[in-house]
Design a protein around this ligand. Structure first.
Ligand code: FES
Length: 110
């Protein structure tokens, strides 16, 4: 099992379990974490935006260009922002922490 922490915009921490191979969006959906994921992982929105807290960002595989393009549209973009649907959890990410952004856009793009 992999432990994942989500910190709400108000600073409330929710700690949940995940399995290797789960995306962060899968985990959030399963545990009622407030990440929308409007396009269900097809990289056509930015509503699954999460901010990866130190030191975890550097442990993730690099984002692809399509992901960066979508992130450019995200509200509250930070240097360590990623799309939750594009992060697949592995044992090495046990204990990873995500900050949820202050707001998301609710529009599907394209
Ligand atoms: S759910 Fe739409 S890009 Fe991740």
């Amino acid at each position: 099992m992999i432990t994942v922490h989500f910190i709400s915009p108000k600073g409330e921490r929710q700690t949940v379990d995940a399995k290797p191979g789960d995306s962060v969006l899968d985990v959030a959906n399963r545990h009622d974490i407030d990440i929308e994921g409007a396009c269900e992982g097809s990289m056509a929105c930015s509503t699954c935006h999460v901010i990866v807290l130190d030191p975890w960002f550097d442990k993730l595989p690099d984002s692809r260009e399509e992901e960066d393009d979508m992130l450019d549209l995200a509200f509250d973009l930070q240097e360590t922002s990623r799309l939750g649907c594009q992060i697949n959890l592995t044992e090495e990410l046990d204990g990873i922490e995500f900050q949820l952004p202050r707001n998301t856009r609710n529009l599907l793009i394209g």
